[in-house]
Design a protein around this ligand. Sequence first.
Ligand code: ZN
Length: 603
Amino acid sequence: MSTSSPPAASSLPPTRYRIAPHDPHAHLFEVSVTVAHPDATGQAFTLPTWIPGSYLVREFARHFVAVRAECDGRAVAIAKTRKDGWQAAPCDGPLTVTALVYAFDLSVRTAYLDANRGYFNGTAVFMCPVGREDAPTVVDIVAPAGATGWQVATTLPLDGAKLNGFGTYAATDYDELIDHPVEMGVLATTSFTAGGVPHDIAIAGRQHADLPRLARDFTQICQWQIDFFGGAPFSRYLFQVLALPDGYGGLEHRSSTSLICRRDELPRSGDDDISDDYLKLLGLASHEYFHAWNVKRIKPLVFMRYDLTQENYTRQLWAFEGITSYYDDLALLRCGLIDAPRYLEQLARAITLVQRGPGRMTQSVADSSFDAWIKFYRSDENTPNAVVSYYAKGSLVACLLDLELRRDGASSLDALMRTLWQRFGQPGIGVPEDGIQKLASELAGRDLSGFFERYVEGVDELPLSAMLSDVGVDMTLRPTAGAKDRGGKPAAGVVDRCTLGVRIGGDLKLANVFRDGVAARAGLSAGDVLVAIDSIKATSDAVAAVLTRGTPGSVVRVHAFRRDELITADITLAAAPCDTCVLTLAPSPSANALARRQAWLGA
Ligand code: ZN
């Protein structure tokens, strides 16, 4: 939120909020804000256009369906001044503005309400009185009429409400108010302690999770991360989990996280292994928890005081998301939940993901960070050609930087993260745009600007194979063995001999056509729907047969519909690219490589 030198916080009376389910079937919350002493020239209000952690202007005000103001029982005129702003007529106060807010987004970013569950982020529901950003806030969270057994799960500080109850909560200022999402409903809960700090897990949605197992495994992850940074920066922590038939997402907050997972990703009683599904959830929880340090407290300088009215640009998301993505799975290894081969399988999948996107040769991770607002968060059919993920490739750059720092035993990414915490996170200092590069050079004891030019600001291929070999890990790249092959393991079937240079959706529609690929050269386009391949009706199996049995250089005739027009393309098959990565522990590494592997991955 932008501000004009507000008065000292202590001199400001609290801004009071009230949020109540108004009509759950219409998905409407009623939200009000009361300012005791409004601006004498007329109080202005604003609503964030984006939520920190998700770098897209989402214009939450579009879900405000009715706004009215009153003072002392009398209506006060209030007018819209911009897409996210309102202005009330002058009055003596207290001034109360009330809105109905439509809440029907099943994501971690906005708000949701029905008869079974309520959820909101403050950014989507709480107007901020302009000039009162630093005032303390109080919020009454009201139970829906007739609800039985509903609980509230939030880390908003209690101000009269009982833990997990409806009632009054408080926050020191608007920035804190909007950083504690609130979940309400009939919740499955469990608790544990890590680093001496109470942690809670609250699950919404129908599920049959093995809660003791979940608590046990989360404890291991949290304890390792707390030990890694040398202490927890919060006095309690909450994992809010929404279990759905399908879905995935997470958003980090200062002392909590909102997660969405597939019901099947939760552990079931009787299971004692870690399935790929459960591993995905553990990785997500680990990721968001690591953010409690990296991005919630160690922050880019520009995030030290968010401007929630517009985009906030930084070239550093590769570090705040990429390094976090690197440590999310690494923490599972280091805390003992998975072993080194399982960790390498995950790392190989990240390499595969990046390797399959030609966008890595077009856009750097620094550019991807800067343009997140218009590119990464607004993907379309051309995204694989034009955009690289600052998450996936950022995690590989983080891995490479870790190996680079470990090269002569001088340092490590662990040391870099701890130093960032001590110099920036703990004292509350923002990280300048060149801060990580400078610190990496300092810790390495040599100039690493070339590394950053090539792999962060540039689009050079990452020399992972050579660097991994130096630490006793063998990297091989092979062709894919079909649509379900994410890499990480030896091929489970016949690998493709050829490629069409496309990604095909389940409906046989071309989801992506890779630039300079053979389909693109033959004139096919994203959106074309295959109807026949090699004079056979197009099906997934028919396409797979051409790719596994065809010969590079041979020509295959494809019929497709572009909109409702039939088109024909003769595609000269290309050899399938070796874009699928497998990593294994080298069977007999040199003593030096073995020592470095143990320093990196453990014994
Ligand atoms: Zn993240």
